[in-house]
Design a protein around this ligand. Sequence first.
Ligand code: BG6
Ligand code: MG
Length: 218
Amino acid sequence: AIQGFIFDLDGVLTDTAEWHYRAWQRLADEEGLPFNREANEALRGVSRRESLLHIIGDQPYSEAALQTMMERKNRYYVESIQNLTPQDVLPGVIELLDELRQAGIKIAIGSASKNARTVIEKLGLADRVDAIADGYSVERPKPAPDLFLYAAAQLGLDPSHCVVVEDAAAGIEAAIAAGMWTIGLAPAVSGASPEEHRVGAAHIVLPNLMGVHLTDLQ
Ligand code: BG6
Ligand code: MG
């Protein structure tokens, strides 16, 4: 039976994926690097460094330049999340978290972000989670299974008893590699949209967490 839920943060519990995108767009514009919303799809759930390497392509930047650009992007991002409040928690999240706790299921966050703790605090979710695995927890980023395995270990659970909720391809891949059950979130759109494709490998695909109950998932 399911004993734990591990939630990705950006794009699952709150819409910070948009702020990550805007920060990268600003950096790319300033650097004269080609980038847009469509190109950003490949960066969903991807670590800060891998994201930057993807944006610069084969431009020859020094390591020092990469570091400053990563810091700059993070500064833009941190500025944009200053005003996050509990109002920014996506619909259905609180209800599901409460239901899970009520049912005795352990809850962790499994986010690639080094800003995860700040975001969780600002959203007022800290008291609702039992463990946080973030951008400081492991060396190898998603799609490696490490972050989710770390989260399961923090909860004291076997991976096969955990469900991961993700909005990114790299995250679904990581969760499957960890031997966990997966719920992919993708906005409902007609046809074979890139959004659907993104989490197509998940065991269950849902548009969001609105009205989602544990009993439906079991
Ligand atoms: C993930 C986001 O959660 O964290 C990515 O989906 C982001 O967009 C990654 O690049 C790393 O975040 P941060 O805050 O450490 O730069
Ligand atoms: Mg995400």
